[in-house]
Ligand binder design. Structure first.
Ligand code: UT7
Length: 323
């Protein structure tokens, strides 16, 4: 059976760090409130003129370097973003050009904070079907550009960043001992649109719009949806929570991550947590967290990783990956 194996990771955070104390001079908030409610201590903000494609290109180059591959070894780029450079063409095609990739195909995926899980599942299917051999899967965002910087309920939470992985085709036995993506599960519920959305767009207002969120409601749904989609992945493979070596969750809020971990009865030591350093970077957050845990040596060959995310739409999803 053809499997898609993650052979490398990369990430990039813009240089400018915005601290909670700086934010408290911009809106009516405090470092204590932000840390207590979200676990976020700082976030990174893209420089003027620094685009989502630039962040994505840095992360992709780091992943290619780790894999020991050249851009032309890649035949597919799937880029998850809710903050594309332009309405069209796809930001993935800008990254394709930036990398100097002369063949293959590239497109964007829009599932907001679940974008990376959607992109991973999509690329996995292309690789498994034989339509691609090596894929770059990227999550990249410049959420600072769609924040209402006067709305303290949202501007303290979201920020900018990018993460990438290389997926390569490998033969597996078709069992849960195989390396690679063992299973992935995606969901959406369009009925929850009004709880998390951007109030603009090319077809509706001809403006970019700003992020609007009913935080408490999103929170309530998040813990339940995430725990259920994690169980779905385990059930599909006959594995249990005891088999999980690392939970690599969407980095939205430490309380959501802690709540999901508790529901799954997971040892907190097995949860990769990076939200304190970069806030909620939407589609970039899962590969950012993964890259940190891979580069610092926590994730080892043969480990079982559970990736999960939840975001606007609503959308949510999970993937079980054998490293
Ligand atoms: O990627 C998925 C996308 N989003 C999420 O995952 C976010 C999910 N939601 C959350 O993370 C949390 O709901 C928040 C962090 C957004 C908020 O935490 P909360 O414990 O649900 O707070 P709350 O919304 O119930 O607000 C509590 C109080 C309110 O004041 P009153 O009404 O009790 O007087 C807010 O006005 O905190 C106030 N508040 C703030 N205070 C200081 C809201 N934002 C701030 C702020 N600083 N930045």
């Amino acid at each position: 059976m053809r499997r898609s194996v993650i052979t490398a990771t990369g990430s990039y955070l813009p240089k400018r760090i915005l601290t909670n104390d700086e934010l408290s001079q911009m809106v009516d908030t405090t470092d204590e409130w932000i840390v207590a409610r979200s676990g976020i201590k700082q976030r990174h903000i893209a420089a003027d003129g620094e685009l989502t494609s630039d962040l994505a290109t840095h992360a992709a180059k780091a992943a290619l370097e780790m894999a020991g591959l050249k851009a032309d070894d890649i035949d597919l780029i799937v880029l998850a973003t809710a903050t594309p450079d332009e309405t069209f063409p796809a930001t993935a095609t800008v990254v394709q050009k930036n990398l100097g990739m002369t063949g293959g195909f590239a497109f964007d995926i829009q599932a907001v904070c679940t974008g990376f899980l959607y992109a991973l599942a999509t690329a996995d299917n292309f690789v498994k079907s034989g339509q691609a051999n090596r894929a770059l899967v990227i999550g990249a965002e410049t959420f600072s550009r769609i924040l209402d910087w006067e709305d303290r309920t949202t501007c303290v939470l979201f920020a900018d960043g990018a993460g990438a992985i290389v997926l390569e085709a490998e033969d597996g036995a078709g069992t849960s001992d195989d390396r690679g993506i063992l299973t992935s599960h995606l969901h959406s519920d369009g009925d929850k649109h009004d709880l998390l959305y951007v109030d603009g767009g090319p077809s509706s207002t001809q403006t970019t719009g700003y992020l609007r969120m009913e935080g408490r409601e999103v929170f309530r749904h998040a813990v339940n949806n995430l725990a259920s989609v994690v169980h779905e992945a385990l059930d599909a493979t006959g594995l249990t929570t005891d088999d999980i070596d690392w939970l690599v969750p969407h980095q939205a809020n430490k309380r959501i991550i802690d709540g999901t971990g508790r529901k799954l009865k997971l040892d907190p030591e097995k949860v990769v947590l990076t939200v304190d350093k970069h806030g909620n970077t939407s589609a970039a957050s899962v590969p950012l967290a993964l890259d940190e845990a891979v580069r610092d040596g926590r994730v080892k060959r043969g480990d079982l990783l559970l990736l999960e995310a939840m975001g606007g739409g609503f959308t949510w999803g999970s993937a079980l990956v054998r490293w």
